[in-house]
Design a protein around this ligand. Structure first.
Ligand code: 5GP
Length: 201
């Protein structure tokens, strides 16, 4: 997604070769127009898949799930990180290890909002190690629902997330794939692919 790539270049801050800060437009202060365009891009990609529910994880996935679900005309549900005041048997739940925070937390979704009849599209802000998204995939499995695929707004392709998801048989679609980054320079996979295609033409 060209506009997203341009915005990442313009306003993203590369903190290290591993961490990209996008909190001025994506995950703290949020650009609503770009967010809605992101939702439309996911909806276009998955429009033929008869999605019945969009699933994400709180907090940074919620606005992208809303935009995607709105464009598809279906509800979205977000996995909670804090235990709700609900009986454990009413929840699907799975532990997730956070490499950024170096701790394990549980994510859960009410059994009422994810069922075996659902066709689920998972979306989230970042695909990095894949731990959070694999946790969501596990919740879909526990529910016996059909997983259509995963949509990531930003994929850090140099980390292992995509490989792990694909190994688990999950289709992954990312709107911006970062191949490498360093302060002042971001290299997108799409641009490398375009360059290679031009060279062979
Ligand atoms: P995972 O490692 O499980 O794929 O990523 C978990 C979460 O960590 C993502 O949903 C995202 O919120 C956060 N995260 C991972 N890498 C980055 C990054 O480079 N920048 C920011 N801002 N968040 C990240």
């Amino acid at each position: 997604m060209k506009r997203l790539q341009e915005r990442i270049r313009q306003d993203g801050v590369v903190l290290s070769s591993q961490v990209l800060k996008v909190d001025s437009f994506l995950n703290h202060q949020v650009d609503p127009i770009l967010t809605m365009e992101i939702g439309q891009a996911f909806a276009r990609k998955f429009q033929a898949d008869r999605v019945t529910k969009v699933l994400t994880i709180e907090a940074s996935g919620i606005h992208f799930a809303l935009a995607t679900a709105y464009a598809l005309g279906v509800p979205f549900v977000y996995a909670k990180k804090k235990q709700a005041i609900t009986l454990p048997e009413d929840l699907y739940s799975v532990p997730v290890y956070s490499f950024t925070r170096q701790e394990t937390y549980r994510i859960s979704v009410s059994k009422r909002y994810l069922t075996a009849r659902d066709r689920v599209l998972i979306v989230d802000d970042f695909l990095a190690t894949g731990a959070a998204l694999l946790g969501l995939v596990e919740l879909v499995k526990q529910a016996g629902a059909h997983l259509i695929g995963v949509g990531a707004v930003i994929e850090k392709s140099f980390q292992e997330g995509r490989g792990k998801l694909e190994q688990a048989g999950v289709f992954v679609y990312s709107l911006a794939r970062i191949e490498s980054m360093s302060p002042g320079e971001i290299c997108f996979a799409e641009e490398t692919e375009n360059m290679l295609a031009e060279e062979t033409n």
